[in-house]
Design a binder for this molecule. Sequence first.
Ligand code: ATP
Ligand code: MG
Length: 336
Amino acid sequence: MMRMDSENDGLPQPRTLPSAPPPPLVAPVEPVPALSFRDVSHRYRSHPALDRLTVEILRGQTVALLGPNGAGKSTAIALVLGLISAQEGSVEVLGTDPREAVRQGRVGAMLQTGAGSGLPPNVRVATVLRLVQRLYPSPTPLDETVRSAGIGHLLDRQTDRLSGGQAQLVRFAVAIAGNPELLVLDEPTAAMDVAGQRAFWAMIRQFAQEGRTTVFATHHLREADEIADRVVVVNHGHVVADGPGSSIKAKIAGRRIRFSCSMPDAVLLDSLEGVTDVDLQGTHVWLNSLDSDATVRDLVRHAVQFEDLEVVGPDLQDAYVALTERRPSIERSSTS
Ligand SMILES: Nc1ncnc2c1ncn2[C@@H]1O[C@H](COP(=O)(O)OP(=O)(O)OP(=O)(O)O)[C@@H](O)[C@H]1O
Ligand SMILES: [Mg+2]
């Protein structure tokens, strides 16, 4: 523990004039935003897709945009790429307007594909990559792109004869071919098998180690947790949670207790020791608890007639559901 000098001997200390602190050896580096959304709202006709979305992503960060179907992830990505313009609020990419950042060749992207590979048909993969390279002012050397994306074996293949997972890798190669500062990926591992996903995650980590910024949309909680240093959970067009995967899990710290009960009393259940959240669906009861042993003891003490009781640990899936679904529940303000 730190001690005050004047407490040392009880004697008055000689007064010294404050001297200027020595200059820092290295100038402090200000974190620079790679992209920022300020109060961005966007509607498709009358349908709201983004609702006052506010988020800032710093250069060098790898960030997952995690959210269920229709949360607004692809709309946010379309704004970053300047494919649509914000109807309200502002979006800035690499310190400038999104279209300008893209025009300068500083942004690489992999969009969410519907049907097909999203690549031009009847062309060799190598040809596509050479074409893309020519579009950028300072592209990555072709062999480096090929190595980074692990697609050496696919260069002579026709784009329309690739498997779903192979097409994703080629699309990744297209995204990084221009040597971008910011990489934006919309559900990049859709259609990849587990081995493909792991290899892909390794590529993203490599990309991040080079000091670049990556933002990717995903539904895959494990993916967000494993690759990203920050997870931004989006639902109904705005941010509902933001932090490392571990902090998202911590939002529902503790355990989940479930059981059946013919006449559950929500108020009593909410008052049990350790309980932070009560969720009733007919006779099915879910309790979130910070101390499941104490809660179960309290259930017994109050003679709650439970059946089929189970205690389960939390995972990111639980956190995700808790953060994005509005089920009828009683929430204590202290847990928000
Ligand atoms: N072109 C469009 N026209 C009309 N509505 C749209 C359009 N694109 C998206 N939407 C609607 O806007 C909302 C947000 O869609 P968005 O595609 O951004 O979500 P998402 O999070 O990417 O979903 P998913 O995980 O399914 O890809 C959805 O309700 C969707 O139906
Ligand atoms: Mg989408």
